[in-house]
Design a protein around this ligand. Sequence first.
Ligand SMILES: N[C@@H](CCC(=O)N[C@@H](CS)C(=O)NCC(=O)O)C(=O)O
Length: 215
Amino acid sequence: MQDPAGGTAAADAGAETVTVVGTVRSRAFRVLWLLEEAGLPHVHVPAYPRSAEAVAANPAGKVPVLLAEGAAITDSTAILHYLADRHGLLTHPAGTLARARQDSLTHFLLDELDSVLWTAARHSFVLPAEWRVPEVKASLRWEFDQSLGRLAGRLGPGPFLAGEAITVPDIIAGHCLHWAAAARFPAGPAPVQSYAARLAARPAWAAVMAREPRD
Ligand SMILES: N[C@@H](CCC(=O)N[C@@H](CS)C(=O)NCC(=O)O)C(=O)O
């Protein structure tokens, strides 16, 4: 793995300038954060979900979208893996046991944190009002708390989820934990809280947060 422990990864000289479509307050945050960590050149189009700019890049209107190599790549996790694999940064190499452990963490986070937060968001403001079931949110908060207990059990010696260096699952976890705080979801046990604080203290995190006014 080429990413030095805990540090900012070395930029890939000559890398293509890619374009990220999506506001900082969406899952585009994950893509922007990885690009900042990796020191890769990029342009940011802070389009809101379902806006004309978002639909132009992705007919579903969902963000983020990455414009690279003349193509539009959708889904934040697909984008993170494309960038990480392409540049050999923030990931263990494909086909290794370390990568299998890293991917296991990624899927755990998508199943148990991202999907729970997204279901809560859908029943708060995404779904048409007549299809929202606000009562489900108490159950989701309980489920999220259980998941954070399991995350605490997977933290290991750290400082990052998959070992000594920051990798894709840390990007997803850091964003989900921040999203949870904004949605007033549980913060989890102390080790999860200090892990979240460690991620949010990174210069690349601050660089993304400073990027546009946050409503
Ligand atoms: N699994 C996708 C989810 C993308 C997604 O749902 N994005 C939200 C913003 S964070 C969105 O655009 N929602 C608009 C909608 O669902 O219509 C990813 O990780 O990129």
